[in-house]
Design a protein around this ligand. Structure first.
Ligand code: TRP
Length: 334
């Protein structure tokens, strides 16, 4: 509890260009619930180096992502938006927690297995202990809730286990966080293969709508979306392409699938796809405009970066001091 509100932590990696799926599935949610919590939204650049990055590119993307948080509607005066690497407590707590995490637990992480298979030439220790750093992110701010996608649930479970284990030894040090799963229907699939999640690392650029795509590109990608030969706009598992487009449409204009079915009853896929494209444009355009304005204002973004890193450091240091004392580190002489 900070200022009478529960605390929320979440983070995103600045690798790849953010997609409509990231926005509708995560960022939009973050904005909607932000007022109810004391929030920390981090650009988790330390997590990104578990796979090899081009340094200049990583730096650029990290800043773009931070700017995008603001453009999407997170007020940086109210929400602590910051770079993970600017707050040394993440690394410090991560080390301590790694001494309370078992090899066996980390070995069971499915994301590690997937990533190790994908980056077989670089299975580094950081890739293995990635979930410990994530636990440190969350526990450092005594977060009550953590909005995460289903793919991060296993990491959050581990975070809870570590917190409980630590508390059992040292007393109530950490808040045990809960997952915040957003409303269903927000899981957006690839436009080219509706059995796969829309991903920023998709090789086929037509499968994903990127947040910075211009209107023509968005409309074109929607028109080219893979559907079926059934020919009616119906929300069902037999029509995964259409189902996904309905999900996108609903998420963009707040309608229910039933309303969309009624709206396009007797109409063809062409009309429907056009409407989906336009709905996406109407959601992304204001974000893109705000983003363009923000990028012109370097001093403002720099100010946000500095102020919020200080704010995050302040809160994280409180937890870190407590933890250091509990495990037996000598007090600093001030
Ligand atoms: N691992 C998360 C992802 O790839 C990002 C992340 C890092 C995160 N630390 C976090 C998410 C803490 C929630 C809370 O999506």
């Amino acid at each position: 509890m900070l200022d009478g509100k529960k605390t929320l932590f979440s983070g995103m990696q600045a690798t790849g260009n953010l997609t409509l799926g990231n926005y509708l599935g995560a960022l939009k949610n973050w904005v909607q619930i932000a007022d109810d919590y004391q929030t920390f939204y981090s650009v988790v650049d330390m997590h990104s180096i578990t796979v090899r990055q081009d340094p200049a590119e990583l730096r650029k993307r990290a800043r773009n992502l931070l700017t995008l948080y603001i453009a999407a509607g997170l007020d940086p005066e109210k929400n602590c938006i910051y770079y993970q690497s600017h707050v040394s407590g993440h690394a410090e707590l991560s080390w301590i927690l790694s001494c309370f995490t078992y090899m066996g637990e980390l070995n069971r992480m499915t994301q590690f297995k997937d990533k190790a298979a994908k980056h077989a030439d670089n299975i580094n220790a950081g890739l293995f202990t990635y979930p410990v750093l994530m636990a440190a992110d969350i526990l450092l701010y005594q977060a009550d809730v953590v909005p995460v996608g289903i793919d991060q649930m296993q990491h959050l479970e581990l975070t809870r286990d570590i917190a409980i284990r630590f508390n059992n030894i040292y007393g109530d040090v950490f808040t045990v966080p809960e997952a915040y799963i957003g409303k269903s229907g927000a899981k957006i699939m690839s436009l080219q293969d509706p059995s796969k999640k829309m991903s920023k690392s998709d090789e086929n650029p037509n499968g994903s709508i990127y947040l910075m795509d211009d209107p023509d590109t968005i409309i074109r990608k929607c028109k080219r979306a893979v559907t079926d030969s059934i020919g009616c706009v119906k929300y069902c598992d037999e029509q995964p392409g259409i189902k996904n487009l309905i999900d996108i449409y609903c998420a963009c204009c707040g309608k229910t699938p039933a309303e969309v079915e009624a709206e396009f009853d007797g109409k063809g896929y062409g009309d429907f796809k056009m409407a989906v494209g336009e709905a996406v444009v109407s959601v992304l355009k204001p974000i893109q405009e705000r983003y363009a304005d923000l990028t012109k204002n370097k001093d403002y973004i720099d100010h946000v970066i500095k102020e919020n890193a200080e704010k995050a450091s302040y809160y994280s240091n409180k937890t870190l001091r407590k933890v250091q004392k509990k495990v037996g580190f000598p007090e600093k002489i001030r």
